[in-house]
Design a protein around this ligand. Structure first.
Ligand SMILES: C[S@@+](CC[C@H](N)C(=O)[O-])C[C@H]1O[C@@H](n2cnc3c(N)ncnc32)[C@H](O)[C@@H]1O
Length: 417
């Protein structure tokens, strides 16, 4: 090993380049391209400057580094590098580049703000806001030590205007939101972009939304997970235990009687399969939102099922993804998307159901899956309109009413055009 690479700075550079190589490859595997300037910034900014007290190797793992906890709950972290790269890519694509842009980051730490500072360059500006003064104090110190003292750091609840009177080309939110307060839209320039991890139907996606008058229209979305928004815009997810290690995640205004579901899970399981043979890298990310939209229309309740490893191993449930699987409860029957069924290197999609109408419910769920595949695996478009928007002015789609906004999710298929 040469003297250069044995130094801490050399080792840091080596680890950083290896991490970025991994992220670039991961993007390619997902069919995404990392913009060249995002890649350049990620190869330059030393992540360890924003993770003080953490071993160098840990700072370059492709995961979040937790920096604050309140009880069991994580309240702040330095976000996972691959996710930061994807969201910066969404922003750069939606705006056609970030150089010279004025940016507001909601949720601080310093790492993402310094990447943004590299991307906007001297002609642009970066303001980062956090509700927690411990986070902003640390961010100021870390930004200073890494040489990014041109970033403005504000301690405030970003549910309200951050620098009154200022407009930004980009607002990038790095905490999980349930709603879009109108001040976020109002702080954008006329065609500015909001990148936000937004929860709909209990599922969080990072949406890049472009402003068009008083509405925001999605340009892209990515799967993601984030610590929850705090303050006046906080909205807790509720979990209901229905069996040992099996929970239902309730969002929006969903209601469920836990005992009824617990009972139903003890009844025999019926299954249905789509009868398809899909290759391993088939992207299913939008299938769950498609199911949410379809099942919300026809079932009493659409819910997300989560399960602990032990519950899956013991066979109580066999969900498609134990951290969040689409499920429905209707007329005493409970159904959910099952784990994939592999035959050699190909897999099929299925549904499991328990209750009086189990076979029919499972069958209906796989029909929806087949319909999504037959329609060419479409992606949804999400539009955000002010809460006061009358029904007649809403675009076609499934409407979720939040506190400040009406959110409309639309899948454009050849039959709906
Ligand atoms: C995942 S961390 C941010 C990571 C950071 N952007 C980075 O560079 O790695 C999320 C942050 O959002 C902050 N936050 C949560 N609710 C907020 C609110 N209403 N206004 C401003 N900040 C908030 C939390 O305090 C937390 O520090």
């Amino acid at each position: 090993m040469s003297v250069g690479t044995s130094s801490r700075a050399g080792r840091s550079e080596e680890l950083r380049n290896a991490l970025v190589d991994t992220i670039v490859a991961d993007h390619a595997a997902k069919g995404l391209a990392m913009p060249a300037d995002v890649e350049r910034a990620m190869r330059k900014v030393p992540r360890e400057a924003f993770t003080p007290g953490v071993p160098l190797e840990r700072a370059y793992e492709n995961t979040a580094v937790i920096t604050n906890r309140r009880g069991e709950e994580t309240t702040s972290s330095v976000s996972a590098p691959y996710l930061i790269a994807e969201m910066l890519g969404q922003a750069a694509d939606a705006l056609g580049g970030l150089e010279g842009r004025d940016v507001l980051e909601i949720g601080s730490g310093g790492y993402n703000a310094s990447l943004l500072s590299e991307l906007v360059g001297p002609a642009g500006s970066v303001t980062t806001v956090d509700i927690d003064s411990a986070v902003t104090d640390r961010a100021v110190a870390c930004l200073e030590s890494a040489g990014y003292s041109d970033v403005t750091v504000v301690c405030a609840d970003a549910e309200h205007p951050v620098e009154p009177g200022r407009r930004y080309d980009l607002i990038i939110v790095t905490a999980g939101a349930w709603d879009i307060p109108s001040v976020w839209r109002e702080q954008l320039t006329g065609d500015g972009v909001l990148v936000v991890p937004l929860r709909t139907f209990g599922m969080t996606r990072s949406w890049a939304l472009r402003r068009s008058g008083d509405r925001l229209v999605s340009r892209s979305h990515r799967q993601c997970g984030f610590v929850s928004m705090q303050g006046d815009g906080g909205h807790r997810m509720r979990y209901v235990d229905v069996a040992a290690g099996v929970h239902l995640r309730l969002d929006e205004n969903q209601q469920i009687i836990p005992d009824v579901v617990a009972d139903v899970l003890t009844q025999p399981r019926r299954e249905a399969w789509a009868g398809v043979s899909l290759p391993p890298r088939t992207v299913l990310a939008d299938l769950d939102l498609w199911l949410a939209v379809r099942l919300t229309r026809e079932a009493e309740e659409f819910l997300m099922l989560t399960a602990q490893e032990a519950a899956v191993e013991s066979g109580i449930v066999a969900p498609s993804w134990r951290f969040g699987t689409p499920a429905a409860f209707d007329g005493g029957t409970f159904s959910y998307r099952s784990a994939l069924r592999w035959t050699g290197r190909l897999f099929d999609l299925g549904a499991y159901a328990h209750g009086p109408e189990a076979a029919a419910s499972a069958g209906r769920m796989v029909e929806h899956m087949r319909a999504w595949l037959d329609a060419g695996s479409p992606s949804p478009v999400l539009q955000v309109l002010p809460a006061r928007t009358p029904d007649g002015d809403l675009p076609d789609g499934t409407v979720l009413d939040k506190r400040h906004s009406r959110i409309v999710l639309t899948f454009h298929t050849s039959s709906s055009r």
